[in-house]
Write a protein that binds this ligand. Structure first.
Ligand SMILES: Nc1ncnc2c1ncn2[C@@H]1O[C@H](COP(=O)(O)OP(=O)(O)OP(=O)(O)O)[C@@H](O)[C@H]1O
Length: 597
């Protein structure tokens, strides 16, 4: 037969399959709607190709019949069947190539379109989504999910239609030859299907357990690789490795449990789905019928030639159905991503009048229950530095993130130059500020281009000027290719302080009037710390600056300090005033100075 053979029944080949039932029905059909006509054409051609592919087998059976009926004559009939068989084989090839061509063309077109849609949608999503859980989902949708859809379009569809056609045409031929024998052959294949269903019955439960174990193995592996420094320094490798071992054990046990449960049904399904079973049954039943005179020898030969190939024609459909299930899940993931609400753009855009920032009774909740920011009001004037301080989890990062609309306020308003940030077009809003976060990734590009992101089109001299102002020029000059040195996403050989100064140079070059910066939590060495402070001082001149501060001595000169506690504004003032007040700030100062002393 002409469809390819793969994937025996049972858990071994289904192990990588995602859990059925999680997929949102219809997502695949909806996403593939633009290429529906291509898919229909591909399926029709694949069906015609498979039907043509059976013709040579039927021709062999009919040649055998001619020879058995008239061993000495009928050369003409034989050559006619040879011609029919050859034409079938030729058509099979031509139609298969055409079906595959259309399938792959449609595949490339739709994946191109979907990638474009995903990227455009990502551009419209609030930045907060990326900070929370987005990058994993983005990666999965752009790679794994699309790959699974590719499998459906380019392979599974053709395999399924091919297998169904082969079954239909071959069965029809066998029924014409001899209905009782045809029923017997179908009975064997039905037994295969029944045992296959039994072996797959508890698949969802087992797959859930396997996937959970898989995820724990990955998590433990990543934890070990990411934290290798801590692990080695503090000798905690044993514990992390134990987590890894436990996850691997759990995976083994889960797999063993599944195999133990399905081994009989899986083996039975493979037995009844084998050529051996069909050959044995066809020969035994066929010879009995021949002996009884109810079946001609030529018909038995027809069954031996055509029916033997049926199991191998059905098995690709099993793989294809698994592919479709995966494709459905991938499509559902992509649809979920595309359904994420984009950042609402203002219907009536406003232009800020100046670049003073105002938080007006701002509230924000991540979960709709507790408030990460709760009723905070503050005014940050141009040309001043506002420090946001407070214990861990007090809401500092959340409050600062409301300004660039990482999230939108639940209540109250954040304004720039009197305009609500929600009424400023997002590109204009982001262009009005420099964000220097400690986790700002550097791009896989040259040092110069990493700085130039601040103002695309800036000249080399301007890039240099910004680097000099950010106290990072000398460091860059010492790199192997200076400004042309390629950086990786992690910053390569640059230290934490140097990376930070590079992002400050980027911000200086952009010249944006508002600066939001998240001070590094990790302590830098004193020289690096001083260089970063100098760079920040240059950046801050004449701008509205908000600093999320972790080390209080770096913001002792700030024009105003907002002290957050549990999302609320607990205190506000200058360093001296707050120390004199003897409140939370004074206690935090005393604690940090105590540590420093
Ligand atoms: N993406 C998120 N989803 C849900 N809750 C979050 C998220 N980010 C922060 N939170 C919660 O909101 C509260 C405020 O967190 P936030 O990060 O703003 O505090 P922070 O003062 O900046 O803390 P730190 O100094 O540790 O960075 C915390 O209770 C935190 O657990």
């Amino acid at each position: 037969m002409t469809t390819d053979t793969r994937a025996p029944a049972g858990p071994a080949h289904a192990a990588a399959e995602p859990v059925a039932g999680l997929a949102k029905p219809g997502a695949l059909a909806r996403l593939l709607a633009p290429i529906r006509a291509h898919l229909v054409a591909c399926a029709i051609l694949s069906a015609l190709s498979s039907a043509s592919g059976i013709v040579p087998y039927i021709a062999v059976a009919e040649i055998a019949r001619v020879l058995l009926d008239d061993p000495d004559g009928a050369r003409r009939a034989i050559w006619t069947w040879v011609g029919i068989g050859a034409a079938g084989a030729g058509l099979w090839l031509v139609l298969l190539v055409q079906s595959s061509r259309i399938g792959h063309y449609a595949d490339a077109a739709i994946l191109h379109e979907l990638r474009g849609r995903i990227v455009r949608h990502l551009g419209a999503l609030p930045l907060g989504w990326f900070r929370a859980a987005g990058s994993g989902q983005v990666k999965r949708s752009m790679t794994g999910d699309l790959e699974e859809m590719h499998e459906v379009i380019a392979h599974a569809l053709g395999q399924l239609t091919g297998a169904v056609t082969v079954m239909t045409v071959a069965s029809a031929y066998l029924f014409v030859v001899d209905p009782p024998m045809a029923l017997i052959v179908l009975g064997v294949l039905a037994l295969m299907a029944v045992f296959y269903r039994i072996s797959m019955r508890s698949m969802t439960t087992h797959m859930n357990r396997l996937i959970a174990a898989d995820q724990r193995i990955s998590a433990a592996g990543i934890e070990y690789a990411d934290g290798i420094q801590v692990v080695k320094t503090f000798g905690t490798g044993g514990r992390v490795l134990r987590r890894f071992d436990d996850a691997v054990d759990e995976h083994t046990q889960a797999f063993a449990a599944w195999v133990a449960e399905v081994r009989r049904s899986s083996a039975a399904s493979r037995l009844f789905g084998s050529e051996l079973a069909v050959l044995a049954v066809v020969t035994a039943a066929g010879l009995a019928f021949v002996d009884r005179g109810t079946l001609a020898v030529a018909d038995l030969v027809a069954f031996l030639v055509v029916a033997i190939g049926l199991p191998n024609s059905i098995l690709p459909a099993v793989t294809a159905m698994q592919g479709v299930r995966k494709g459905r899940m991938g499509a559902a993931n992509i649809e979920r991503l595309l359904a994420r609400a984009p950042l609402p753009e203002p219907a009536h855009p406003r232009r800020p009048d100046g670049h003073g920032v105002e938080f007006d009774r701002v509230r924000f909740s991540y979960d709709g229950v507790t408030h990460a920011v709760d009723g905070v009001s503050a005014v940050c004037r141009p040309g001043t530095v506002t420090a946001i301080v407070g214990p861990s989890g007090a809401g500092k990062t959340t409050l600062a993130g409301l300004l660039p609309r990482f999230y939108d306020v639940s209540d109250g308003a954040v304004r720039i130059g009197g305009a609500d940030v929600r009424s400023i077009p997002s590109t204009e809003l982001l262009a009005s500020m420099s964000l220097v976060f400690q986790d700002v990734a550097l791009l896989r590009d040259s040092v110069a281009e990493n700085i130039r992101i601040g103002r695309p089109g800036a000249s080399d001299a301007e890039v240099r000027e910004a680097a000099v102002a950010a106290h990072v020029h000398d460091v860059i000059e010492r790199l192997p290719s200076g400004y042309d040195t390629l950086l990786d996403a992690g910053g390569g050989s640059l230290s934490g302080g140097e990376r930070q100064r590079l992002t400050i140079a980027r911000a200086i070059l952009s010249g944006a009037p508002i600066v939001v910066l998240d001070e590094a939590t990790a302590a830098l060495d004193p020289d690096s710390e001083a260089a970063v402070q100098d760079a920040l001082a240059t950046l801050a001149v004449g701008k509205t600056v908000l600093v999320i501060a972790h080390r209080l001595h770096t913001i002792a000169d700030a024009d105003q300090i907002l002290v957050l506690d549990d999302g609320r504004l607990a205190e506000r003032g200058r360093h001296d005033e707050l120390l004199a007040g003897g409140g939370l700030y004074a206690r935090m100062w005393a604690a940090q100075e105590g540590v420093l002393a």
